[in-house]
Design a protein. Sequence first.
Length: 240
Amino acid sequence: YFTNHNHNDFKLETVRTFQTSIMKNVYWKEFSLLVFVWTAFLALQITKNRTASCSTLYWVLNFLQIPVAVGVSMYKVYGLISEKRVLSSKGSQPLQLYVYCLFGIIAGLVGGLLGLGGAYVMAPLFIELGIPPQVASATATFAMMFSSSLSVVEYYLLHRFPVPYAAYFTTVAFIAPLVSQHVARRLINWLGRVSLIIFTLASMIFISALSLGGVGISNIIHNMDRKKTMGFENLCTYGV
């Protein structure tokens, strides 16, 4: 268990591990909802890419993703309220459940505008809401994997990326988390501070912000010197 000490830091007191089968460790009802959303988004995206760009059907398919996402989110909020579950965060009032959904939407919008994965924005928000760092990190990482896998399958079906490159990056992305998880667990057990996760997330966000800002400013200066456009063009021209 974890206890809260001064400076809002979490000190690791006791770590207990339990082994159980995957059939009992997965909430299959919630997992089936995620599979439904994943499949619906994939079908809408593939159908959209096979229609005329900026046609009426094109925009209808685009905006159909909103009721799917909002509908599933509201369904889960209603389920949490009706079942009266106590969340592992600051309180369990119904209003806070809607706040969580709103923050998730804002995180997705900000991540998309900045070119960052939504997990970089969601993790700090979850921690601020009082969710334990381990849960915040795992949830944000799963959200990133959820959206990324959707894009990978979509582009594969549309024949838009080379398979060898995808296989290489998939292998690296699979090995890197295993190594980092092992190292992080060792460091947490050695230091006795779960706040290491918070500092790691903060460092990643800080480095990403500096990198994106530096590259963006450099590109803007380069385009201004060469009298090029800033990249704001008609979306329908490129058939996105």
